[in-house]
Design a protein around this ligand. Structure first.
Ligand SMILES: C[S@@+](CC[C@H](N)C(=O)[O-])C[C@H]1O[C@@H](n2cnc3c(N)ncnc32)[C@H](O)[C@@H]1O
Length: 248
């Protein structure tokens, strides 16, 4: 069977329920881009998955609507909401259209690790622009494009004149310029469901072309819990964080 986000939704939800330092890190660096108090704000969480980001935003006081095309992900989001109510609501929908969301109805759109899954980035940003109020903001994370390209891997250090104690495993870049759909063959990785690789310049240029101005770009260093979970990540930013404002 070829995996999709729907077929791996049970695995993904269980992984987050058990606690994943990497996913919590991704959530927290996204949330850092938004005010602490979101009372009165209306937020669309594009590609909400099982609701990790939506719940946190709702707990800050926002009215949150999570949108995701994978019905099983949305089912898990509702289950989590029933167990620990936050006020977040969820809808099945495609981030390339955000069809369930009205024009100019959101102060923020968040997209945690989801724009790297949409097949048409331009369409998704057009939809985000449509649902945002003028002056509204998009904040998103993606796996850092420089280190998560197709074929990126961990390889032994091979610089012969390094002293032995500095030899370790290093990230190999992979096919950075090979934009498009690819699927990881790691049976334990979320990207076995496939994802869309795009370069840094593709993300940033698309934002500018779709009527946004950049407000913040960050490449946060992995925290101690992330390094404990994945020691090889030390010294590399796992994610790219971007905040942009919708121009009138
Ligand atoms: C890595 S998960 C992230 C989920 C959640 N935002 C989080 O931080 O845990 C990626 C999500 O992108 C969703 N996705 C895939 N294609 C999409 C699309 N066209 N529009 C919106 N979301 C999409 C998947 O269903 C999946 O839930």
């Amino acid at each position: 069977m070829t995996d999709t986000w729907d077929t791996i939704a049970d695995w993904y939800a269980e992984r987050l329920r058990r606690g994943s330092a990497m996913h919590e890190f991704a959530r927290d660096i996204l949330l850092q881009q938004l005010p602490e108090n979101l009372t009165g704000s209306r937020i669309v969480d594009l590609g909400c998955g099982e609701g990790l980001v939506s719940r946190a935003l709702a707990l800050r006081g926002a009215g949150v609507r999570g949108v995701d095309p994978a019905p099983r992900m949305i089912a898990h989001a509702w289950i989590a909401e029933a167990e620990h109510p936050t006020g977040a609501v969820y809808t099945i929908g495609d981030g390339c259209t955000l069809a369930p969301i009205g024009d100019g109805t959101a102060d923020w759109v968040t997209a945690g690790l989801s724009l790297n899954n949409v097949p048409d980035l331009g369409a998704a940003l057009t939809a985000v622009h449509r649902v945002l109020l003028p002056g509204g903001r998009l904040a998103f994370t993606v796996p850092h494009p420089c280190f998560e390209a197709p074929g990126a891997s961990w390889a032994p250090e091979t610089v012969d004149d390094d002293p032995p104690d500095t030899r370790g495993r290093r990230r190999t870049v992979g096919d950075y310029l090979a934009e498009g759909f690819w699927r990881s063959d790691n049976p334990e990785g979320a990207r076995r469901a496939g994802n869309q690789h795009r370069t840094l310049s593709t993300y940033l240029t698309a934002l500018l072309e779709q009527g946004f101005a950049l407000e913040a770009i960050a490449e946060p260093a992995p925290t101690e819990p992330v390094r404990a979970e994945q020691p090889l990540r030390e010294g590399l930013p796992p994610f790219l964080v971007v905040k942009a404002v919708r121009l009138p």
